[in-house]
Design a protein around this ligand. Structure first.
Ligand SMILES: [Zn+2]
Length: 138
């Protein structure tokens, strides 16, 4: 456990080196829509907007740019969950086309609506743990 000097910038050790951040716990906290640093404060306000700073620990999040990682991750995950079930139901039950064309898009849309904020939270957790902000110069 590194010694933390209060005169140094926060999140740095006695050699002024940045402390290592654990990636998987940060991603798990982001999936729960909690601050990747402390796991207590909310990560998003509204549907997808990152909070400027954690209300519990003060860690800033307003400067992160996740761009389109979360939507792509959502499509990847929800598509791989919904499509196998759609194919399975088609082969097993052969429902009428109108039922399939109504049911599966609704299930996919609901899954995407539920997963997209969590994908954004996980992306923010990953970026926070790797000290990435999404700026072009990184
Ligand atoms: Zn926090």
């Amino acid at each position: 456990m590194p010694i933390i000097d209060p005169t140094l910038p926060p999140d740095h050790d006695e050699g002024s080196r940045p402390l290592e951040r654990q990636t998987w716990p940060a991603i798990a906290r982001g999936l729960r829509l909690r601050c990747p640093a402390c796991g207590e404060g909310a990560l998003l306000r509204g549907y997808l907007t990152p909070i400027p700073a954690c209300s519990h620990c003060g860690e800033p999040f307003g400067h992160f740019r996740t761009d389109d990682i979360a939507p792509w991750l959502t499509i990847l995950v929800v598509g791989h969950v919904v499509v196998p079930f759609a194919l399975w139901s088609e082969q097993t039950f052969s429902p009428p086309l109108s039922v399939s064309m109504t049911l599966w898009p609704l299930i996919a849309a609901a899954g995407m609506a539920l997963f997209l904020p969590r994908a954004k939270g996980a992306t923010l957790g990953l970026m926070w743990s790797k000290r990435l902000t999404g700026e072009e110069s990184q």
